[in-house]
Write a protein that binds this ligand. Structure first.
Ligand SMILES: [Fe+2]
Length: 396
């Protein structure tokens, strides 16, 4: 899923849609062109007329003639050889030819390459299968033997049929083919690059996480009661960020920032940190210094933006009464406001040396009562929602 997300992000989807629109435009243009070229035609002309620029021509020649008889009546027999020339630059199909004779007498004795029907002086010629397609710049022949009073040389023709063009004849078709191939190659290259980057990012992430864990565990291990605290605060902060609609990248980043929030505690003496009883004002002041120390420690950790602010400001109160700087409301960076709620939730949901965990009802009440005081109201609402929906576990 993460790999798919790395391939299909907002930017890439925009380019996919652009490419698809261009491809569809070319495709529609090709379909329209092919359809408009596939038109029917019908031409009429006399055999000896000037055809001008007509793309289809028909001619008939008498190749031989002889005297013949019908009963005792002497007539003429003749072999008429015809040619249909296609100079249209397109293929012709389903053509029908009507040959008009000067007289209506006579009868057809035999024919080739087609069948004939004679009605009056008109002969309708229907080409056989082997000649009913005429490729571009090609011709077909036909013929018949007609017995009539005399040999005819003057004909008029009506020819009709259909022009057929093939998509392969269009440069646009080949443009679409090459563009499709180019798209496919580009997509495969892009996808493999994204997958490699995602794998690299995961591996880097794991290295960063493991390094941080070594550091964070060494802080939490100093006090038995805060063991696993940083990891839990990190998980709660990520859950809140997710609930607030942050992107996966931002959720991951806030998780890391939260993981380091108490790193300054490593500078606090164990005698103060692990003191079981009540702390003196001086000791409280000393413990509070873990925010400032954490901020200082993370000053140079610029590759994780916001890490310094997370450690420095996670004890600031939304009403401005927190520490170390007394920042108020929106002045406190958002990750720090999230960590503040997550940190308090973990404290309320864990046993301490001086008290047991508080339980669901009290935790919910604390979150509600401190909305706008200690907690950012929006963050506190999110935390309450997570508890209500069971996404975060509260100890009984
Ligand atoms: Fe803290």
């Amino acid at each position: 899923m993460a790999y798919l997300r790395s391939i299909f992000n907002r930017k890439s989807i925009f380019w996919f849609v652009c490419a698809l629109v261009l491809w569809l435009a070319l495709f529609v243009d090709l379909v329209i062109s092919v359809r408009s070229e596939n038109s029917s035609f019908s031409y009429s002309f006399a055999g000896d007329s000037d055809r001008g620029s007509l793309p289809v021509d028909v001619s008939i020649n008498v190749s031989q003639s002889w005297d013949d008889y019908i009963g005792d009546v002497q007539i003429k027999g003749a072999e008429y050889d015809g040619t249909v020339v296609n100079g249209s630059g397109k293929e012709i199909r389903n053509w029908i030819l009507t040959i008009k004779l000067p007289e209506s007498d006579g009868q057809i004795d035999s024919s080739w390459n087609g069948t004939y029907e004679k009605t009056g002086n008109a002969i309708d010629y229907y080409p056989d299968k082997n000649v009913y397609v005429i490729e571009k710049d090609s011709f077909r022949t036909f013929g018949f033997i007609l017995k009539s009073a005399e040999v005819y040389n003057d004909f008029a023709f009506d020819i009709s049929g259909r022009y057929v063009t093939y998509k392969e004849d269009y440069p646009m078709y080949w443009a679409i083919v090459y563009i499709t191939i180019a798209y496919a190659v580009a997509f495969i290259m892009y996808a493999s690059m994204q997958i490699k980057m995602e794998m690299r990012r995961r591996s880097d992430d794991e290295i960063i996480r493991q390094t941080m864990m070594v550091f964070v565990n060494s802080i939490d291990a100093r006090d038995e009661y805060t063991k696993g605290h940083s990891v839990r605060v990190s998980e709660y902060s990520s859950a809140i960020a997710k609930e607030m609609g942050y992107s996966d990248d931002e959720v991951r980043k806030i998780g890391y920032i939260a993981l380091l929030h108490d790193c300054g505690k490593i500078m606090i003496p164990g005698s103060v940190l692990k003191k079981p009883g009540k702390l003196t004002e001086e000791e409280k002041r000393e413990i509070r210094q873990h925010t400032v120390m954490g901020g200082k420690m993370l000053e140079g950790f610029t590759s994780l933006e916001g890490a310094r602010e997370g450690a420095l400001y996670h004890h600031e109160y939304y009403n401005g009464e927190g520490y170390p700087e007394g920042l108020k409301g929106e002045q406190i960076p958002k990750p720090a406001r999230i960590i503040c709620v997550a940190d308090s939730f973990d404290a309320m949901n864990s046993d301490r040396c001086y008290r047991k965990h508080l339980g669901r009802e009290r935790i919910e009440a604390e979150l509600r009562n401190n909305k706008g005081i200690q907690f950012d109201p929006e963050v506190a609402e999110c935390m309450l929602r997570l508890i209500e929906t069971g996404k975060l576990h509260v100890m009984d």
